[in-house]
Design a protein around this ligand. Structure first.
Ligand SMILES: [Zn+2]
Length: 268
């Protein structure tokens, strides 16, 4: 229902699930049912820890009658980072997390774009089309007189590829810091405040200060925090704890959109 309200297209072909705790999973069953009622035909792949397969098998035993489309579960390794998905535009890697059951975050990266050519320089060298394709792919080329034409001198990146890391649920983890270095946007859970540090660690969750520390140490551009425990009555408390550690922190509110702007680079 929230997905329909969000206006996001339902032409989804991949779903990434971090772990099989109910608050990260229950929405899936309604979504599968909606897809069935819409008469979906396209294959859907769910990337999730292996336990999801059993849960889905049980679910489909009772509620699978209206399934109109192929459904596959790709069991992910939650112990070591690996690339699990790729299309023309992006790659997705797992981020092993430390929680009470096998859990993985996800790192979404845009692929490096083809390089743009400086048109005045290209005209100067009078290059054939094959050479231009090589240059766009970032390669150097050899000119007819044997000189090497260095890629950087005649091309430039049209924009920096963008990145987004999703980390929920987890204890504070140095390994996560390593993996999310310099991402444009990091979502990191912050279930508790420092006043409940002990409960946070027992239940294998993070505090707002710990989430902000991950963001600061990883030098990310923006941090989103969420997954707040209902024992706190005011979300602002989480911002008040996180922002002194990492100022570019915002709260992940339901149905809010956070855009990572694509910044065009000018030829130099
Ligand atoms: Zn959990």
């Amino acid at each position: 229902m929230q997905l329909l309200r969000s206006g996001i297209s339902l032409r989804i072909h991949a779903i990434f699930i971090s772990h099989v705790h109910g608050d990260h999973l229950f929405g899936l069953f309604g979504l599968l049912s909606t897809f069935g009622m819409m008469g979906r035909k396209d294959k859907l792949t769910i990337y999730a820890p292996a336990q999801l397969q059993d849960i889905l098998n049980d679910h489909l035993k009772y509620f699978g009658e209206g399934m109109t489309f192929p459904l596959a579960v790709h069991a992910i390794n939650t112990e070591a980072p690996e690339q699990i998905y790729e299309n023309d535009d992006i790659t997705v890697h797992t981020i092993p997390l430390k929680h009470r059951i096998p859990t993985s975050g996800f790192l979404f990266r845009e692929k490096m774009p083809l390089r743009n050519l400086h048109s005045r320089l290209i005209a100067k060298y009078n290059l054939p089309p094959q050479a231009m394709v090589k240059l766009k792919n970032g390669e150097n080329i050899t000119l007819p007189n044997g000189d090497i034409l260095e890629n950087e001198t005649v091309t430039y990146l049209p924009y920096y590829p963008r990145s987004y890391a999703y980390c929920s649920d987890t204890l504070f983890s140095e390994q996560v810091i390593e993996q999310v270095k310099n991402v444009d946007l990091l979502y990191h859970e912050a279930t508790f405040l420092t006043d409940k540090m002990e409960v946070a660690h027992q239940t294998m969750h993070s505090t707002a200060a710990e989430a902000a520390t991950v963001a600061r140490e990883a030098n990310v551009k923006h941090l989103l925090i969420g997954h707040f425990s209902s024992r706190y009555k005011c979300d602002e408390l989480f911002l008040q704890e996180a922002q002194p550690v990492f100022p570019h922190t915002a709260i992940a509110k339901e149905l809010a959109t956070f855009e990572i702007p694509l910044i065009p680079l000018k030829p130099t």
